[in-house]
Design a protein around this ligand. Sequence first.
Ligand SMILES: Cc1cc2nc3c(=O)[nH]c(=O)nc-3n(C[C@H](O)[C@H](O)[C@H](O)COP(=O)(O)OP(=O)(O)OC[C@H]3O[C@@H](n4cnc5c(N)ncnc54)[C@H](O)[C@@H]3O)c2cc1C
Ligand SMILES: NC(=O)c1ccc[n+]([C@@H]2O[C@H](COP(=O)([O-])OP(=O)(O)OC[C@H]3O[C@@H](n4cnc5c(N)ncnc54)[C@H](O)[C@@H]3O)[C@@H](O)[C@H]2O)c1
Length: 458
Amino acid sequence: MARRWDYDLYVIGGGSAGVRLARTSGALGAKVALAEDARLGGTCVNVGCVPKKLFVYASRIAHEIADAANYGWSIPTPSFDWRVLRTNEEKEVARLNGIYRRLLVESHVDVHDARAVIEGPNTLRVDGRVVTAERIAICTGSVPRRPDIPGAELGMISDDVFVLEELPRSIIVVGAGYIACEFASIFASLGVETRLVARGERLLPHFDREIGLTLQRELAKQDVHVTCERHVMALEKRGDRIAVRFDRGDEKCPEELLADRVLFAIGRHPNCGHVGIESVAIKCKPDGAITVDDEYRTNVPSIHALGDVIGRVQLTPVALAEGTALAHTLFGSRGKIVVDYEAIPTAVFTTPEIATVGLTEAQARRHHEILVFRTEFRPLKHTVSGRDERTLMKLIVDRQTDRVLGVHVLGEGASEMVQTVAVAMKAGATKAHFDATIGIHPTAAEELVTLRTPVKEP
Ligand SMILES: Cc1cc2nc3c(=O)[nH]c(=O)nc-3n(C[C@H](O)[C@H](O)[C@H](O)COP(=O)(O)OP(=O)(O)OC[C@H]3O[C@@H](n4cnc5c(N)ncnc54)[C@H](O)[C@@H]3O)c2cc1C
Ligand SMILES: NC(=O)c1ccc[n+]([C@@H]2O[C@H](COP(=O)([O-])OP(=O)(O)OC[C@H]3O[C@@H](n4cnc5c(N)ncnc54)[C@H](O)[C@@H]3O)[C@@H](O)[C@H]2O)c1
């Protein structure tokens, strides 16, 4: 029998959400095509998680070198070459682009290296051709925001860091979230004079307050100048440098500062431009994110949207989970699969790094009577290295049920620790379970199972 549509599913966007949706659907027997107008792998692979983490590794080697002397190592005049790092990072990204293509092809997905634009509920234009599909999935991700101020075009966005020809001597990073903190930490560790400017009262406003404040203190020890409650008003070219004007100045941060580069890290917009959503009147929220139901269906029943473009949680593992869930819901045999958005673990890859799962202390206080278990210490490694770095751990526990509601760690290995703790939390772990678990010695992680005395209420 002739098919009514060219495809069962047409996926727009080859990032984390799109590739996972397409290849899982293909593997389940659907006839699938995917369009990507840039590089396969999307933000995460090309200008996000992966190249960023490689930069993080590079930056941490600087710390290892500094810590080596007291361990007996003498490393004569180390030097760093940004171009070598960039070249090797690009090679790895190209390798991953190839792997993504192979995974799609092996799942029988037709890959179209082109922009796809929706023209109707079941119709798209791809490379000048009209293609039809029973269902369309918009997985077009998000793009970095720039502030609406004079001279904003002089500043970089995170995408630009991955094509930076030379490491600047100085940088002003604007923002207080994941990207601002991660890049400030990377640049400072690589020897760039770094200033982080936040408009709010602290870094990482969506994280546990104490974690944000402690990060600020740790970054300051590494000579990152952190200035809070300051708004950037304008950027202006001054010879080879950029002048940044703030809303006010004081002795710690004057009203105007010069730097080689400015990086805006002030959040990301859902990427709905050039997708044709207006042609079928797809509804969006005021922030531009596409509105979907719990099956990622838009107001047009044949069109779905998932990943960053729906603006729920802009993290790769969430985009992947959404892709898997939708593929199984549409083409699997188990009925509707839903993503559990509760207690999503997340990390900020600063040095020292942060990882967290569950409620912050402030969030928990709103709905629970809680006990807070807390420890702050100098890690064993640094008792000899001499580095003045502290680790902070917090456990937020429901006083009545003993359930662990939140775990917050700032310190080396935080992300690796919290990923595993998140499993225990999903299983409904109580503080008694943590107490009954034997630690691994000597580690920092063992502190999580040896915290016995709650913090006294003020
Ligand atoms: C600097 C940075 C660091 C990050 N680090 C982390 C991290 O450490 N951990 C983490 O979990 N998350 C991280 N993230 C977030 C993560 O990258 C995103 O949440 C994730 O990539 C979203 O996946 P997505 O598939 O929704 O969108 P994307 O990966 O952005 O994919 C969308 C794709 O659609 C394509 N596209 C758009 N329009 C069209 C069209 N009309 N036709 C064809 N193709 C189109 C785009 O070219 C793009 O490739 C980071 C993000 C950034 C910017
Ligand atoms: N490690 C990770 O998992 C990781 C790393 C990077 C990015 N990401 C994802 O990408 C998203 C985008 O990252 P991000 O850091 O750009 O966003 P973010 O939402 O984490 O932080 C944006 C920050 O910019 C501030 N801000 C907004 N407008 C501003 C303005 N006009 N002037 C000054 N400050 C302003 C906000 O108050 C906020 O603190 C994150 O929300 C996250 O989901 C994740």
